[in-house]
Structures are given as C-alpha cells and as structure tokens.
Design a binder for this molecule. Sequence first.
Ligand SMILES: Nc1nc2c(c(=O)[nH]1)N[C@H]1C(S)=C(S)[C@@H](COP(=O)(O)OP(=O)(O)OC[C@H]3O[C@@H](n4cnc5c(N)ncnc54)[C@H](O)[C@@H]3O)O[C@H]1N2
Ligand code: MOO
Length: 424
Amino acid sequence: MRGLDEHRAATLALAAPLPAVEVGLLDALGLVLAADVVTDEVLPRWDNSAMDGYAALAADVARAAPDAPVALRVVGDLAAGSADEPTVVAGTAVRIMTGAPVPPGADAVLPVELTRPADPRVGAWAEVGGVVEAVQRVEPGANVRRAGEDAAPGDLVLTAGALVGPAHVAAAASVGRATLVVHRRPRIAVISTGDELVAPGEPLPRGRIPDSNSWLLAAAVQEAGATALRLGPTSDDPDELRALVAALDDGRHGTVDGIVTSGGVSVGAFDVVKAALTGVEFVSVAVQPGKPQGLGRLPGGTPIWTLPGNPVSSFASFEAFVRPAIRRMLGLVDVERPRFAAVAADGWRTPPGRAQLMPVRLTEPDEPGAVRRGDDGRVRVWRATSGGSGSHLVARLAVAQGLAVVPADVPEVRPGDTLEVFLT
Ligand SMILES: Nc1nc2c(c(=O)[nH]1)N[C@H]1C(S)=C(S)[C@@H](COP(=O)(O)OP(=O)(O)OC[C@H]3O[C@@H](n4cnc5c(N)ncnc54)[C@H](O)[C@@H]3O)O[C@H]1N2
Ligand code: MOO
C-alpha cells in the first residue's frame, strides 16, 4: 500500500500554477496575485483631519482649559472632498470634517468636543464668521493624518503569491488600481459514476441511491477556489465514461484543468472507472477512509483523480489529494489547510497500518453551539459519527467541522490524546 504522504506528493506533482490573467477587483477575490502591486501614489494624498473639529494653531490653544477658554475666529469650512484652501493664521480656525485636507497654516485639529461656540444659541458648532472657544489644549500635529504615512511611491502594496481577500481589494483600489493580475481560476470537471445513482428529488426504486457525490465534490471544488463543471452521473457502461472523459480532455467542454470522478475504483465486478480509463494508475493508499485511489494524466494533458464512491471516502480523499492540487493551480505555495492540536474527547480503535482521516466535531454531541475547550485552553473534538468512521454516513458528515489526522502507527485514540485537526 502506498503511504498517505507519498500519494499526496504524486497528486501535487500533477498540478502547476495556471497562467496569469488581468481581472477586475471583485473577480480577483479568492485568486492568487501573479504580480506585485507597487504604488506610484502617495497615500493619504494630503495631510488630512482625523476628526470633525477645527483646524488651528496648537500654539494658540496651548493654555486653553475649561475655565480659561481661548477664542478663535472661524474663517472657513472644509467638508471632506473640499478643494478650498482657507489660510489659518494666529487667532483663527477653520471648521474641518474628517478626511478633509488640513488647510495652510494649521498644525493641529481640535475635535469639536473640545470646543464650544462663543454664541451658545448656534448649536454644537460655531458658524463661519463666528467665534469658537477651545476649552482644552492639543499638541502640534494632533489629529492630523500625514500624507504618505500609509504608502509612498515605490512601496510594495501587494506581493505576488498573496491570496486576494477583501483587504487586498481595498489596498488595490486605494492606490488607484481597478484590476489585478492573478493566476487564472481553475475549472474542474466532476463526474459521478454508477448505474445506481438517481438525481436528488427523483423517485428511488429499490436499490437506487441518490447521487450526493457530484454535489459534494462540485461544492468542494468551488470552496477550494475553482469553478466546478458538474457532469454525470454516468452509467456502468465504460464506453460512456470513456467518451465523456475524452471529450473533456479534448476541450469539447471548454477549458478543463482537471477531472475528478467518484465511484467504480475498488474491486467490484462492475467497477466502471477502472474499466474505462487507461493511463490512470490505480493504487491502494494506506488511509481510511479513501483507500482505493486512481491518479493520472490523460493524453491531452488533463490531470484526473478517481476517488472512491463512498461519500465520506470521497470527501476525505478530496481533502487529502485534490484540494491541495487545486490550491497549487491557483498559485499558492502553502496548499495545506492550517492544522492545530486538539484533544480527543472520546476514543476509538483505528485501522492497523492505515492513517485515518476522522470526521470530527468541535461541539459536544447533541449540543449545538459553542466550541468546547479543556482547562488547558485546547479545543476538544468528538467523532462526528460514533461507532466507526462510517464511510457511507453522508447525511451525518454534515455535523463534522473538520478532520482529525491519525498517523498510521497509532493503533488507538484514547480520550485525552492529542490529535492534529484541520477545519473543513
Ligand atoms: N471486496 C472489497 N470491497 C470493497 C473494498 C475492498 O477493498 N474490497 N474497498 C471498500 C472501500 S474502502 C471503498 S471506499 C469502496 C470504494 O468503492 P468504489 O469506489 O468502487 O465505489 P462504488 O462501489 O461505486 O460505490 C461505493 C458506495 O458508494 C456509493 N456511491 C457511489 N457513488 C455515489 C454517489 N455519487 N453519491 C452517493 N453515493 C455514492 C455507492 O452506492 C456504494 O454504496 O469499496 C469498498 N468495497
Ligand atoms: O477506504 Mo474506504 O474509503 O474506507 O471507505
């Protein structure tokens, strides 16, 4: 049997970052930058106010106090966006709103809360032409946001290799970029196989099974950051699957960067995937669930992963072998989900000589809600389905929040043992 890590390395070897394309900011979300973004802008563009208040000279108000107010004549009004440049000289102030450029002469902003109008009838703000009283001192530079303190020309604002999230989109927009250069989003075909499969909601004659894997895998493909092309289910006739896979590999369904199938890879008498595909290496991997696996590259160059049909096996196999490959196509260097150490809240025996990917929950069974931590602060995990890994228990898989990775040489997990877990 091939080891989990060895098979993972083989599957990663099939994937490479996709070519770079230029896309609009929102279309870049979830994709990986293929080029640095270096700004030629100054950000903020101008010294500007951090507060609604009055731009003034700090020296003028150096002795201001509630019982010793300092009167300033209001000589102008600056809303954010205003291009006016009223000059502030000793004894004067300009009303200024948050974000407006600090006017010439002023070296500080008095928040409106530290002032009162000399004429109490006018409300919280003195009017232009009126008088405002400072009732507290401010230091030179107080409440002024300096030009260039966020970014200066030549600064590296975004780095190639970064996964674009909302903050990256905002940073690009703030330095005047409406597009980003990213690795193209992978498009992955998903095919479920088997005569027994029926579309969701269709009548279920005896022996038939609702096709959940094509939905599971298509959703997982999309969650991983790719676009899913969901096809099938195909029948147990190898010719049908062979023709579909050839069409995908030939580009007859548009660009396809990879193909994932489910079912038909064990030792059954009707294992259609094994029968249909040549050039695919079928191996047993020392992992549970997910033992029967297939991997290869089609004549047209398209990578293909053939996953086992049991739904939990399909899910765990996707996490272990397909998701990292998709992440690499996206252009990521670190393709793994972050793992953390958790504490087993229950115990179970594990299959000898095989690593285990156990669906786990972080909340107590039958008690939805908060994540549970032990006295040491570490998260406690329970098997999502008690009584074995149950690779057919697809409805119950939905209570799992992650997978625990139990190494092949661990024969048994006992309550209190440390487990490596990643969230799914
Ligand atoms: N004699 C042996 N039998 C089996 C072995 C073995 O080593 N020797 N391995 C078992 C393991 S482990 C797995 S995993 C499965 C893998 O089987 P296949 O990949 O060939 O999958 P199928 O036989 O097509 O289906 C298995 C199971 O999953 C259900 N299924 C299939 N496709 C879907 C779908 N799209 N949606 C929902 N459920 C699906 C199918 O109805 C079967 O119940 O083989 C074991 N057997
Ligand atoms: O390995 Mo199978 O994937 O255990 O159910």
